[in-house]
Write a protein that binds this ligand. Structure first.
Ligand code: ADP
Ligand code: ZN
Length: 511
């Protein structure tokens, strides 16, 4: 086996491993199964490419996106790594022959093809150095991009039980990680999580007023390359036009454009030092543009995972960059409506939670980065000094009393109920559910005054955000570690005074 440091230098041209790469590579070289959770840009590819060269045999790389596969193969080629994919029937024979002759370092395959009989017979006759499973969160129903084909991989892995497995993902919360470990047969101590913090990105989250104007004002002062994420294709085009009208070079990118147009626009953006790309989420994957200075969302992203991934395209060069999000309560209403109408019933609960987590991020009066990093299982300092709320703490309302009442209500009702029911109890509403559970006899029944009731939900979100309350899969709220200090009177709870409420006049549409 060749020395990994030597390969790092001679093949990849790097002097040092970055972050957790060394640990991950070390485990794979030692033949151990591993799940590496590493943010976009942390260098996941190297974690399987290097061991693929150091170990005997061919590395199998399961990857869900054919376009990404082709990018990966091109960059592997450039490094002199022998890579191919089994994606088209055309070159199936040639690729098969190369695999059987031991002429491939990396063999990429889509999950639906990996489990075909043809493929299984092929790899029975091909010595494998490792099996990498990219975008491993797709195996979990908790993940944001569940793909049933990933579930079939386990039996393939079990056929090659001695081959080290390396599952990789950029986006997995705690529960998804546990699920990936289980679904792919990986040991609990095989989990390696890289730091998610991107300290050079400044997060700013604002209620949306007049989208067009807010965005134009923002970009007028920020001439560097920018990506503007829009919720629809149509909006992407209109945004590009509106920005062009201000004199800013701007193009649109979405899946509805012809592929030549997409490729042309992308190339123009990558080459430009001042262009704004107005795009749907179709834009960004596999694009290596390190000097994006601003990423703006004109409506809420799909989840915290998507937000992190999309904003993560800012400042890959490590220089200061900004991520702006303009949100409206109507974004959430629309997302919740879609969820109820379009999401299969068994996934609704986890999708609801995903939205709640996003709501907690946009509504927090505290540090945005802290909320993000906690979401990814880290234990960050309470304040980062580089987000809107840390730089300019919002006007706050002391809601400690309401928080205590809410926590007591959760406790007295045995920590199984969601905020809706708890609000009914605190309001003293005699609903069927209240009666059925005998909650009208509790001391907390009706203890909130009229002026306190509108604060119950914002307070609940604030408590979830700071881990004083934890929501289970059904929205039931129970104590997290942050609950005690509040109940004991050692900590206070304040919530941001919603700016739209401060400013709203009669007759405003609210969006
Ligand atoms: P990911 O898949 O995690 O988003 P990539 O594998 O595409 O990240 O790597 C991101 C960038 O970091 C690439 O340009 C890659 O060449 C670079 N890179 C990876 N490892 C190192 C390293 N050890 N030192 C310097 N640059 C690295
Ligand atoms: Zn902060």
């Amino acid at each position: 086996m060749t020395d990994p440091h030597q390969l790092l230098k001679s093949v990849f041209g790097f002097d040092h491993f970055r972050g957790v790469q060394e640990e991950v590579v070390g485990r794979v070289l030692a033949g151990q199964h591993t799940l590496a959770v590493m943010p976009t840009g942390a260098g996941k590819s190297l974690c399987y490419q290097l061991p693929a060269l150091a170990r005997e045999g061919t590395a199998l790389v399961v990857s869900p996106l054919i376009a990404l596969m082709h990018d990966q193969i091109r960059s592997a080629d450039a490094l002199g790594i022998r890579a191919a994919s089994l994606t088209s029937a055309d070159d199936r024979q040639a690729v098969t022959a190369r695999a059987l002759n031991g002429e491939l370092d990396l063999l990429y395959v889509a999950p639906e093809r990996a489990t075909t009989d043809y493929f299984r017979r092929l790899i029975e006759r091909t010595p494998l150095s490792l099996i990498a499973i990219d975008e491993a969160h797709c195996v979990s129903e908790w993940g944001h991009d569940f793909r049933p084909d990933y579930r079939q991989l386990k039996s393939l892995l079990d056929d090659h039980a001695k081959v080290p497995r390396l599952a990789l993902t950029a986006t997995a919360d705690r529960r998804t990680r546990a699920d990936i470990l289980q679904q792919l047969g990986l040991p609990g101590d095989g989990l390696i999580v890289a730091g998610f913090d991107r300290p050079n990105i400044r997060y700013v989250i604002r209620p949306r007023e007049q989208t067009g104007k807010q965005l134009k004002d923002l970009l007028r002062d920020r001439p560097g390359p920018a990506i503007v994420y829009t919720p629809s294709r149509d909006k992407a085009e209109r945004t590009a036009e509106a920005l062009t009208a201000t004199g800013r070079p701007a193009l649109a990118y979405h899946a509805g454009l012809a592929s030549e147009v997409r490729a042309r626009n992308q190339a123009a953006f990558v080459a430009s030092e001042e262009m704004a790309m107005a795009a749907t989420v179709a834009f960004g994957m596999g694009i290596d543009k390190p000097d994006v200075r601003t990423v703006a969302h004109v409506a809420i992203p799909k989840s915290i995972e998507s937000y992190y991934q999309e904003t993560g395209r800012a400042g890959r060069d490590g220089e200061p960059a900004e991520a702006w999000l303009f949100w409206s309560a109507s974004d959430f209403a629309l997302a919740r409506q879609r969820l109820e109408e379009e999401c299969p019933p068994e996934r609704r609960e986890s999708e609801r939670e995903r939205l709640n987590a996003l709501a907690a991020l946009v509504e927090t009066p505290g540090c945005r980065r802290a909320v993000l990093l906690r979401h990814f299982g880290e234990d960050p300092p309470a304040s980062c000094g580089n987000c809107d709320n840390c730089l300019e703490p919002p006007a706050q309302l002391d809601a400690t009393e309401v928080a205590r009442k809410l926590l007591s209500a959760a406790f007295r009702t045995e920590m199984r109920f969601g905020v809706g029911h708890l609000a009914d109890v605190l309001a003293g509403k005699e609903t069927d559910k209240v009666h059925a559970n005998g909650h009208h006899r509790l001391s907390v029944f009706g203890i909130c005054g009229d002026e306190e009731l509108p604060l119950v939900r914002p307070v609940a979100r604030a408590l979830v955000a700071r881990d004083a309350l934890r929501a289970d899969a059904y929205g039931g709220l129970s104590f997290g570690p942050g609950a005690k200090p509040i109940l004991k009177g050692n900590e206070s709870v304040s919530i941001a005074v919603p700016p739209q409420r401060k400013r709203r006049r009669r007759g405003d549409a609210g969006d």
